[in-house]
Design a protein around this ligand. Structure first.
Ligand code: NDP
Length: 241
């Protein structure tokens, strides 16, 4: 029987790479975005061209009511998911004295509230499948060690690690694993400007990571053979911490 995985924020960047990687591993995909509908639909088409099934959902992960409405409807129509990847996220960086309340709220409401808003509607149907399930969240090196200019993002991403570990405890006896992937600097639009010197100085591997390298870690947690691995954080960061 087919296994369906929802990947939030899969219109571009890491989420898109995760969706394409998982499609190549025989899963059906639910592609998602907030605003880049055309890009998300291109990802759906790419997956369909591989001969795999994908559908598309649009909602804002910081909007609790919208998440519940769209996800509940999708599950009623198509059945519970085997897996969910909570990938969608944003940054809004500044030195703390200059960090506005709006930047704090946007980053926390999107990255951390998104954990609740997306996972709350999916978890009970996953339990009711009475089959193994997989949840993977995306944190960051910032959530592990804190990053300058990212007090808001570091707080939200550290919160995701705590929430992931706690949910893993609750779902372990249901055969649903909950793990976290914490990327370092990955080649995406979110990366911004880092000089080659900074990269060489700070990253033992002396390079940024690729989206495929993050996707491979997520796919491992999704696999049937990873069923005894839960409540873990896997860093994909070239030895940064
Ligand atoms: P991108 O900015 O490239 O893509 C972000 C994705 O999230 C897009 O699909 C976007 O949708 C979606 N998204 C953003 N805000 C919302 C929202 N409110 N509701 C719904 N969807 C939303 O990000 P990356 O691929 O670089 O990052 C993916 C994840 O990995 C994030 O959680 C990020 O924090 C984490 N990460 C990234 C690192 C990096 O170096 N890139 C390092 C460490 C962690 P739309 O296109 O519609 O806007």
């Amino acid at each position: 029987m087919s296994k369906t995985i929802l990947v939030t924020g899969s219109s571009r960047g890491i989420g898109k790479a995760i969706a394409l990687y998982l499609a190549n591993e025989e899963y059906d995909l639910v592609i998602h975005c907030r605003s880049e509908v055309e890009q998300a639909k291109k990802v759906v088409n790419q997956i369909n061209e591989l001969g795999k099934t994908a559908r598309f959902l649009q909602f804002d992960i910081s909007d609790r009511k919208q998440c519940a409405e769209v996800i509940n409807y999708d599950i009623e129509e198509n059945g519970a998911y085997y897996g969910v990847v909570c990938n969608a996220g944003i940054i809004s960086d500044n030195a703390f004295p200059l960090l506005t309340g709006e930047a704090w709220d946007a980053v926390v409401h999107t990255n951390l509230d998104g954990f609740y808003n997306v996972l709350h509607p999916v978890v009970m149907p996953m339990i009711m499948r009475h089959k193994p399930g997989r949840i993977v969240t995306l944190s960051s090196v910032s959530g592990i060690m804190g990053s300058r200019g990212q007090v808001n993002y570091s707080a939200a991403k550290a919160g995701i690690i705590g929430a992931t570990k706690a949910l893993a405890l609750e779902l372990a006896k249901r055969n649903i694993t909950v793990n976290c992937v914490a990327p370092g600097l990955i080649e995406t639009e979110m990366l911004g400007d880092f000089s080659k010197d900074d990269i060489k100085k700070n990253i033992p591997a002396q390079r940024v990571g690729s989206t495929k390298e993050v996707a491979a870690a997520v796919a491992f947690f999704m696999s049937e053979d990873a069923g005894y691995i839960t409540r873990q954080v896997l860093s994909v960061n070239g030895g940064l911490c």
